[in-house]
Design a binder for this molecule. Structure first.
Ligand code: FAD
Length: 516
């Protein structure tokens, strides 16, 4: 069987392979044994949200569960050179979920598995599949149990395994940490094809390694996610600042207030001081009926303005005046520009699904499917004012064709035993997300220029000695990866040797080369 496979792979490069060959591939890999593996050809696995890279896999596999995934990984392990990439929802930017000539495991085929509420030591969790979309986890938890995970991403069309392999950050992370700090147990298929349950106390190296581990140590097939009771409603607010210093002081004050007396969600973004429909004033109001009064902008304002985005939970049974009282007392202590305050009341589920209508509009006008050269980073509080001065106010003063998020996070909420890398010093650091959207036609700057601008920003941060880390990192050389992981590199390499010794998994991250 292996001999056949070797011949098959060497004699059939993936470009010239016909999809008619797929039954033979599956047979040669022994993948039919379970009967439940659907071995199909599809172009999907060669695409991602970034649209910058495309690698054709040998085959995409639709497993029914962990056993099938283990069969595929073991087949790759026995083969001379095959790699395996778990594909969540393919929302990576730089081909991280692809496997050039390898096997792509479509985790979405397992999305229904495991769903179960678990009560343990006075806490409530939900077991979900690594291939479940967060939006489905939300809907099932709220509608069935009036419960919800505590920590989110802004957009929920992402898989549990995909975000846990990175971190998973949104406006709740200042309080609860990233999603990777909100799980208590995982089932993981390692690079040897072993199926292991892991937690803080059981196979803990694998547990902490896999969280933020960029898919390098195993494929997450089940996660036990911490829950809280779901509020009915959200008061959703945006306030505008002309000075970065006022914006950061207020944002930092809010994220360091004790739970209960602050907002439940704190984010922020920079935007252009112009009437540009995507990058400027019109991107701020929450209620389409209420416009942005440009006359309220102070004359001292520069080319970039800042918006703090806040939300507070409440129940239908709460008296409206009680919600107003808490919100107004907090807002009363902030120094935003008077008259540039926007607020709406939405259901909790509507709030968490707020990017969905944006997606629908972007799909309709073609910009969802065009390339997205995004750049995400964590920048320490020490350097964020310089970053603003050099990057937002100069390099990006005309915007990026989409949101430029910037908001503070707290180190103490990030479990430093996971593989996620954050800046070296200080309690407060900022996430900066340049969420570029490009038109589907050749208007505007070409994608290569935008990628080059991202590189310019990253190089500049290095040159200036900023304390920063790329989030959702992408590097071309192992030297860069070593620098990224710094003193954690040896632990990362050790985990790789223990859990994926042939370097089969997540080849699209380009950290390790498959051992041949
Ligand atoms: P994929 O892109 O499919 O996979 C990502 C990596 O994880 C790959 O290396 C893959 O091999 C590996 N992987 C996938 N599934 C598993 C698994 N089960 N086990 C082990 N490894 C696995 N991130 C945030 O933190 N906050 C946000 O608010 C946010 N918003 C976003 C909005 C949009 C529109 C997009 C496109 C992305 C956003 N992201 C955000 C980034 C997102 O977290 C990453 O793209 C992440 O990779 C999740 O996407 P995915 O499930 O599609 O995973």
């Amino acid at each position: 069987m292996i001999a056949y496979l070797e011949r098959f792979i060497h004699e059939n490069d993936t470009e010239s392979r016909q999809d008619d060959d797929l039954p033979n591939i599956c047979k040669s890999l022994d993948l039919q044994v379970q009967g439940s593996i659907d071995c199909v050809a599809t172009g999907l696995a060669g695409k991602d949200f970034g649209g910058l890279y495309s690698f054709k896999p040998l085959a995409i596999i639709r497993p029914a569960g962990a056993d099938d995934i283990a069969v595929a990984v073991k087949a790759a392990y026995r083969s001379p050179s095959l790699t395996v990439a778990a594909r969540g929802n393919g929302h990576s930017i730089n081909g991280q979920a692809m496997a050039d000539g390898g096997l792509v495991i479509d985790m979405r085929s397992t999305e229904e598995n495991h769903f179960k509420i678990v009560k343990m030591n006075g806490e409530i969790f939900v077991d979900v599949s690594g291939g479940a979309l967060w939006e489905d986890v939300l809907k099932r938890c709220v509608s069935g149990f009036n419960l919800a995970p505590r920590s989110w991403t802004d957009y929920l069309g992402l898989t549990v395994g995909g975000t846990l392999s990175n971190a998973g950050v949104s406006g709740q992370a200042f309080r609860y940490g990233p999603q990777s700090s909100n799980v208590s147990e995982l089932d993981v298929v390692t690079g040897k094809g072993d199926i292991l349950t892991c937690s803080e106390t059981k196979n803990s190296e694998l547990f902490f390694g896999a969280l933020g581990g960029l898919g390098q140590f195993g494929i997450i097939t089940r996660a036990r996610v911490k829950l809280q009771s779901a509020p009915d409603m959200m008061r959703w607010i945006r306030v505008v600042y002309s000075e970065f210093e006022d914006f950061t002081r207020d944002a930092e004050w809010l994220v360091t207030l004790p739970e209960g007396v602050s907002f439940d969600y704190v984010e922020g973004f920079a935007f252009v001081n112009s009437n540009d429909p995507v990058n400027g004033w019109p991107s701020v109001p929450l209620d389409p009926g209420r416009g942005f009064d440009q006359n309220a902008i102070p004359l001292t304002a520069g080319c970039v303005l800042y918006c703090l985005e806040l939300a507070r939970h409440y129940q239908n049974s709460d008296h409206p005046s009680a919600v107003d009282r808490v919100v107004n007392s907090l807002l009363g202590r902030l120094r935003f520009v008077e008259d540039l305050k926007f607020q709406v009341d939405v259901t909790y589920v509507e709030f968490l699904l707020r990017v969905k209508p944006v997606e629908e509009r972007a799909r309709a006008n073609g910009i969802w499917d065009s390339p997205h050269p995004w750049l995400n980073m964590f920048v320490s509080k020490r350097d964020i004012a310089d970053f603003d001065r050099i990057v937002f106010k100069k390099i990006l003063k005309e915007g990026v064709g989409g949101p430029m998020l910037v908001y503070p996070l707290l180190r103490s909420k990030w479990d430093n035993r996971t593989s996620v890398m954050i800046p070296a010093d200080g309690e407060i650091f900022y996430i900066v997300a340049l969420l570029r959207f490009t038109p589907p036609y050749s208007k505007g700057p070409c994608v290569e220029k935008l990628v080059a601008q991202n590189q310019e920003i990253a190089h500049l941060c290095l040159k200036k000695g900023f304390d920063f880390k790329l989030y959702l990192p992408h590097y071309q050389s192992q030297e860069d990866w070593k620098r990224h992981f710094g003193n954690q590199w040896s632990r990362f390499v050790e985990n790789k040797a223990n859990f994926d010794p042939m370097a089969i998994l997540a080849p699209g991250q380009k950290i390790f080369k498959r051992i041949i």
